[in-house]
Design a protein around this ligand. Structure first.
Ligand code: HAM
Length: 460
């Protein structure tokens, strides 16, 4: 049988042009996604399904329970927890007032919403540690570029109720496991400790006096940050601030005894696991709720440049600050859009959904009606079937069956529809036979041997 080259559907090619539409006497509609947001088209979904599968599996293996929280929360929840003077709160939150007068925000991250859910649902009574996994869209009004979007997806792993440094290392282990399972290489963790409230206060004062003496050398934003959130200056990407930051006192040299011991243990566990980490003394993270261990996950590309894929750390005080009991907590998030970019760069082979091995063709009105039931019966038995119900010509349907490279084509014509039978055509050797409907499923299963395509597995 002549093999016809299968035409691939390419949605981006067909629809990538922005279109403007003006209805008569109506306003102009700009038919394109808004800046920093994107469609994830069918041809991209393989990467996303693959990531979701790996994340879901890892979350189960590491004992995390799935939780979903709303995209919208009260805005002051984020302002209070992430902190004034942070980029997220000052510049990047999508804040709006609802018709009911509530000031709300699209979530710029998950941690704060998770803590809100922990307190709201009284999870403190559950046995600890409580391990929660969630993923979904997040929103930050930042300047878009490759890997930085205004709508992006994160997966978060958070643990409530465990202070032991082994958890810190265990989470780094999990992040490493996820990324290597996704086929990424050259992962690097950068880690630091910013201490507890007490040693952080002492360090903060030291930092302020150091930075005050170099205030003139800082960028405009950092001059302002000095009065509000001096630690953020260490994170500034401006050349002049980077220079100042290169010689600031280091937080690890000013940890109290307990924090020092905690951080030392984390590093010992990481050494034991042989995980690729470096201590980055300037790492402070862009959110205020952290204390003690903080870390970021980077990938090194072929050109030697590092790209950030995720980050996290301890936030032992946040639950208490939001009105709950004192409960240590730690977590991290990875950015899924960035992982997709790296997977593409690394030409990672992704999981392929099973393809149909059977095509169902029909000819005539009655056959068309019957074919829906035949399709349903096969589908119920886990057999994936390709079809083209909208087409009437048998020739064009058979051409499609050929293109789909199926092994079996089922044909229902007027006669078969009346007799309650189906023609089963073996596409490999061209033989065909007529089978009564009741025997169709067992026969197909036999033909496909035990290798029946089960459509119900794998979708996460
Ligand atoms: P984050 O470092 O702000 O941490 O974000 C985590 C990851 O989300 C980043 O490393 C990056 O991969 C991705 N991401 C952030 N902004 C964008 C963007 N504009 N476009 C694309 N991807 C982006 C947090 O959000 C913390 N809540 C993580 C955490 C969980 N800490 C404790 N538990």
């Amino acid at each position: 049988m002549k093999k016809v080259k299968r035409k691939k559907r390419n949605f981006s090619k067909n629809f990538s042009q922005a279109k403007v539409f003006t209805a008569p006497n109506k306003e102009t509609l700009l038919l394109r996604t808004i800046r920093g947001m994107k469609d994830i088209l069918p041809e991209e979904q393989g990467y996303w399904n693959h990531i979701r599968r790996v994340l879901s599996r890892a979350s189960q293996e590491y004992g995390f329970s799935r939780i979903d929280i709303p995209v919208v929360e009260y805005a002051n929840l984020f302002t209070h927890s992430i902190g004034e003077g942070t980029d997220i709160v000052e510049k990047e939150m999508y804040v709006f007032t609802t018709k009911g007068g509530d000031r709300v925000a699209l979530r710029p991250e998950f941690t704060v919403g998770l803590v809100r859910a922990y307190i709201q649902h009284g999870m403190n009574v559950m046995s600890k540690p409580i391990k929660l996994f969630c993923m979904g869209q997040t929103y930050r009004y930042d300047r878009p570029q490759e890997g930085r979007y205004r709508e992006f997806s994160q997966a978060n792993f958070d643990i409530f109720g465990e202070e032991d440094p082994i958890m810190d290392a265990h989470l780094v282990q999990l992040a490493h496991r996820i990324l290597t399972n996704l086929g990424l290489r050259n992962i690097q963790f950068q880690i630091n400790s910013i201490g507890c409230t007490q040693c952080r206060k002492d360090y903060r004062n030291l930092l302020i006096s150091y930075l005050e003496s170099r205030k003139q050398k800082l960028c405009q934003d950092c001059k302002w940050r000095l009065g509000i959130n001096p630690m953020r200056i260490l994170d500034c990407k401006e050349d002049k601030c980077l220079q100042v930051a290169s010689s600031v006192p280091q937080s690890v040299d000013h940890l109290c005894e307990d924090c020092h011991k905690h951080f030392k243990s984390v590093l010992e566990y990481l050494d034991e696991l042989n995980l690729p980490y470096v201590i980055n003394h300037r790492l402070v993270r862009g959110l205020d709720y952290y204390n003690r261990t903080i870390f970021e996950i980077w990938v090194e590309r072929e050109d030697g440049k590092l790209h950030s894929l995720g980050g996290g750390g301890r936030y032992d005080y946040l639950i208490k600050e939001l009105g709950g009991e004192m409960t240590p907590a730690i977590g991290f998030a990875v950015g899924l859009d960035r992982i997709v970019i790296e997977m593409k760069k690394n030409k990672v082979k992704i999981y392929q959904e099973p393809k149909p091995r059977i095509f169902l063709a029909q000819l005539g009105d009655l056959a068309k009606k019957k074919s829906l039931n035949v399709f349903a019966e096969l589908e119920k038995n886990g057999i994936i079937v390709a079809e083209s119900f909208g087409r009437g010509s048998l020739k064009s349907q058979l051409r499609l069956a050929d293109q789909a490279a199926v092994e079996i084509t089922l044909i229902i014509g007027q006669k078969e529809a009346l007799d309650g039978t189906v023609i089963v055509k073996n596409m490999k050797n061209g033989t065909q036979e007529t089978v009564i409907l009741e025997k169709l499923v067992p026969m197909i299963k036999k033909m496909l041997k035990s290798d029946v395509i089960i459509s119900k597995v794998g979708n996460v």
